[in-house]
Design a protein around this ligand. Structure first.
Ligand code: ATP
Length: 473
């Protein structure tokens, strides 16, 4: 119902609903010259930005027409043909250097223009990452696209007030929007993120056992490959590592790769490897490589108690003298390897034994690292009731898991949102065994790694070469 209003107000009313009036908005006519200047300056700014960001691509596009205008089309054609011939020759003769210096840059430029720039606005709007305020649309800014051998990395400036979590929640939308299989979001610095779109999986094929190192490596041991194709080293000294994965996920390859990497240091007397093998399967094959080996649960409890004694003895000696452990022949780094730790804790029927073992493991994981005793434990079932001391392991690795919810249980809150899709790792051993996401204490960003496969014949060869007591002792 139209209510009666005083003065001129009634002329501006365009609609009425009960208890509300809608006024006609005031229209200000902008002079055409202002609109023109705005359009031209925006176009110039865009052009300058494009030349600044993609100088080589712009030069490649602009040079032939410029040559044609200045020197005639024949010169332009000659320059284009000779440049193309040089590039093809470079590609054929040195594909690696061509890819590194030209191929990846060209692909990055093409992907920037053809995929990301072209689809940016619709994908942002449909994924709900754009904002509309006062009739204007605000889009996150696409800053840069780089291409590596395995992924496109798209650098983005988020809208003010957006959080990384909002982007992580839309990772699926972004992956499908840009026709990729996956999208992972990484925080670069406040306000800036990188969207990582993998295009090639270098970890899709098994990796043969890495050669035993020549140097006596104690701390960071080469385990396998990072998803970018580089060698991945896992720190063992000064930390404790939990490897969790469903049956057949390839936990054995992580344990054996770590053991393999430590063998020269063991031979030099700088490392002792103590093995607990309650399943009597995985580690028994190479038992001659270990300084101590136990399979029976009560023997395992005794061995853990012996490790606790080492801690207490060293703590007493180091107190007031040194704060960190340096591996020496007198005080070697002791790595306690436990295959299927739940056999000793949750599945242990003898309550007293179970309590002894759990207490010893808790002591080792809380007090061991400063005095040079580390635990590397494998676990099938990551539920809290199965291993309630999970959080005492600073570094965690999630191999293939059965359910999405287990990822955060293993790696900590938010790990799956940050791209640790351990529940999506293939159950085919050829493709997925040994593949896992590593989340280190020092960095919340999970990294995807595949451990090298140490076969039975590799273990036999290791036993033949390294069995027995270390030479240093
Ligand atoms: N890194 C790897 N690369 C390729 N294949 C692997 C790798 N690790 C393991 N496999 C294959 O997967 C199979 C299962 O591996 P493994 O026994 O280590 O799994 P697991 O996680 O220890 O399982 P479970 O808990 O049942 O003992 C192996 O027999 C092997 O064929």
């Amino acid at each position: 119902m139209l209510r009666k209003l005083p003065g001129d107000y009634t002329r501006e009313i365009v609609s009425t609903v009960p208890n509300a009036l809608v006024f006609r908005p005031t229209v200000v006519n902008t002079p055409a010259i202002v609109t023109l200047v705005a359009i031209v300056s925006r176009a110039v700014a865009g052009l300058v930005r494009m030349v600044w960001r993609h100088p080589i691509a712009c030069l490649a596009v602009a040079t032939p027409p410029a040559l044609a205008v200045l020197y005639g089309w024949l010169v332009a054609v000659l320059v284009v043909v000779s440049t193309m011939t040089t590039l093809v020759g470079w590609w054929l003769s040195h594909p690696a250097s061509f890819t590194r210096w030209a191929g990846l840059r060209l692909r990055a430029w093409w992907r920037w223009m053809w995929t990301y720039r072209r689809h940016w606005q619709p994908v942002m709007v449909i994924a709900g990452l754009a904002a509309h305020i006062g009739g204007r649309e605000y889009l996150p800014r696409l800053l840069k696209v780089t291409r590596t051998a395995t992924a496109d990395v798209v650098c983005v400036r988020m809208l003010s007030g957006q959080s990384v979590t909002e982007w992580q929640d839309r990772a699926d939308n972004l992956a499908h929007g840009f026709a990729c299989v996956q999208c992972r979001i990484k925080l670069d610095r406040p306000g800036r993120i990188s969207l990582v779109f993998p295009h090639r999986d270098l970890l899709a094929a098994p990796i043969l056992a890495l050669s035993v190192p020549r140097e006596t490596q104690v701390s960071a041991v080469a385990i396998g490959l990072h998803e970018d194709g580089s060698l991945y080293r896992l720190k063992l000294h000064g930390t404790h590592v939990l490897v969790a994965g469903a049956t057949g996920a390839g936990k054995g390859s992580w344990l054996w790769s770590a053991i393999r990497g430590l063998l020269p240091a063991r031979r030099a007397g700088l490392v002792e490897i103590w093995a607990l093998d309650p399943k009597l399967m995985e580690l028994s094959y190479g038992r001659d490589l270990f300084d101590h080996y136990a399979a029976d649960p009560s023997d395992c409890a005794d061995l853990l108690a012996a490790a606790v004694k080492v801690i207490q003895e060293r703590a007493g000696r180091f107190a007031g003298v040194q704060r960190n452990h340096i591996p020496t022949v007198h005080d070697p780094f002791v790595l306690v390897v436990v295959d299927e730790v739940a056999f000793l804790t949750a599945y242990q029927a003898d309550r007293k034994l179970k309590e002894r073992i759990t207490a010893a493991l808790a002591t080792l994981t809380t007090q061991g690292r400063a005095v040079g005793v580390g635990v590397l434990a494998a676990l099938q079932d990551p539920r809290k009731e199965v291993l309630n001391i999970r959080n005492l392991f600073p570094d965690k690795i999630a191999l293939r898991l059965d359910e999405p919810s287990q990822v955060d249980l293993v790696l900590g809150d938010g790990a799956r949102d940050r791209g640790a899709l351990a529940d999506q790792i293939s159950s085919s051993p050829l493709i997925g065994a040994g593949v896992g996401y590593v989340r280190l204490e020092a960095s919340p960003e999970p990294v995807r790694v595949r451990a090298a496969y140490v076969s039975d014949s590799d273990i036999r060869a290791m036993v033949a070469e390294f069995a027995g007591v270390g030479e240093g002792r």
